[in-house]
Ligand binder design. Structure first.
Ligand SMILES: Cc1ncc(COP(=O)(O)O)c(C=O)c1O
Length: 361
């Protein structure tokens, strides 16, 4: 941060480029394009995939609305698909069943940080020219086999928002598939200007070769990300330890199912359970007792703005009425987790007694 301040150019500058190089080393990829958000990365990723008006993009309804808005920004339309109830993620069969002649891309959402393996249908996707643009907003640091997410040959989009595995305050990154995509992505994130900042400040002009957006990552945000990345080994082990602590504490709780994150390979973003009781009542009791629970996410196919793309998605609709995100942050202790689970136990008992008709109480 002090370095970014000292250089004095707080927008895109050498601190941003240093952050990109450090991310590339960490992920073991040739190139990283830092941007202002994962939404921006998804928008650029879809454009690199050639997605535009007339295309459909296959996407789970169970995601943050940003994923869907990025599709609409290209002029394409979302084709919502269902998820697996245990992982809240899509699988190859669901993706394959949704392919049509108009499919331009697939966005697998790496829910909770868990990687998604689409190798089973890779040759079909390649044959049809359908790109995979991973929404890895939750998944920085996670692995597919022995590779980090981002290093498996797809267009991958990370979020470095305030509560993400690695944060810049706000920010994101796109992993391109080749050097040409990296160059195009760098122009698209800087209003279509092709010269780097370093070149631009030494010349009397610059070239605007295409449409573009103001999507660059500022040096101030990059400076925060560089500090986070230097300490990521500790973030990774702490998040895994806390998630495992939740798994132990929740093991004997009836009417609660923990979402399976494949913890050996995952840097968990959250800890989500399905409550097989009156979820809204349990949620309200926990909130009233000061436990910061949330719901990630209300499904997109039922949102007013996306209703024209509604289709029946039975698993999404059922799990959406069950899910609760428990408090999850690296600053928590195992004692905090014991407390949360004890409050959840009480809330479940209350929900049961409250469900008895008042005449019989
Ligand atoms: C699944 C998912 N996709 C995309 C985004 C958008 O990320 P950003 O806020 O960096 O644009 C988020 C943010 O929370 C997210 O959770």
């Amino acid at each position: 941060m002090a370095e970014a301040m000292r250089i004095g150019q707080w927008g895109h500058n050498t601190a941003t480029e240093a952050f990109e190089d450090e991310l590339a080393t960490f992920l073991d990829v040739p190139d990283v394009v830092a941007v202002s958000s994962c939404t921006a990365a998804l928008h650029i990723g879809l454009l690199l995939a050639g997605v535009g008006p007339g295309n459909e993009v296959i996407v789970p309804s169970q995601t943050f609305c940003a994923t869907v808005q990025a599709i609409l920004m290209t002029g394409a339309q979302p084709r919502f698909i269902d998820i697996n109830a245990n992982t809240l993620a899509v699988d190859s069969a669901a993706v394959q069943a949704a392919i049509t002649p108009n499919t331009g891309a697939v966005i697998p959402v790496l829910y909770g940080g868990r990687a998604i393996d689409l190798t089973e249908i890779k040759s079909e996707l390649d044959r049809r020219g359908i790109a995979v643009v991973e929404d890895a907003a939750h998944a920085f640091g996670s692995r597919l086999g022995d590779k980090r997410v981002g290093a498996t040959g797809m267009l991958t989009c990370f979020s470095f928002g305030p509560i993400k595995n690695l944060t810049c305050g706000e920010g994101g990154a796109l992993i391109p598939r080749n050097p040409a995509e990296a160059d195009t992505a760098r122009a698209l994130r800087l209003l279509g200007v092709t010269q780097s900042q370093a070149t631009r400040i030494r010349t009397t002009s610059y070239h605007v070769d295409s449409a573009g957006w103001r999507y660059h990552l500022s040096a101030v945000h990059a400076a925060i990300g560089r500090v986070q990345l230097a300490g990521f080994a500790s973030i990774e082990t702490t998040r895994q330890r806390l998630w495992r602590a939740y798994a132990r504490e929740l093991a004997d709780l009836e009417r609660v199912a923990l979402i399976d994150l494949d913890i050996e390979h995952t840097v968990p973003f959250n800890c989500v359970v399905r409550v097989l009781a009156d979820r809204d009542k349990v949620f309200e009791t926990l909130r009233n007792r000061g436990i910061g629970v949330g719901v990630h996410y209300p499904p997109n196919h039922t949102q007013p703005a996306f209703r024209q793309w509604h289709r029946p998605l039975p698993v999404t609709e059922t799990t959406a009425r069950q899910i609760v995100s428990l408090p999850f942050h690296p600053a928590m202790t195992e004692h905090d987790i014991t407390h949360v689970v004890s409050e959840l136990r009480t809330a479940l008992t209350d929900s049961r007694s409250n469900s008895i008709p008042s005449s019989r109480r």
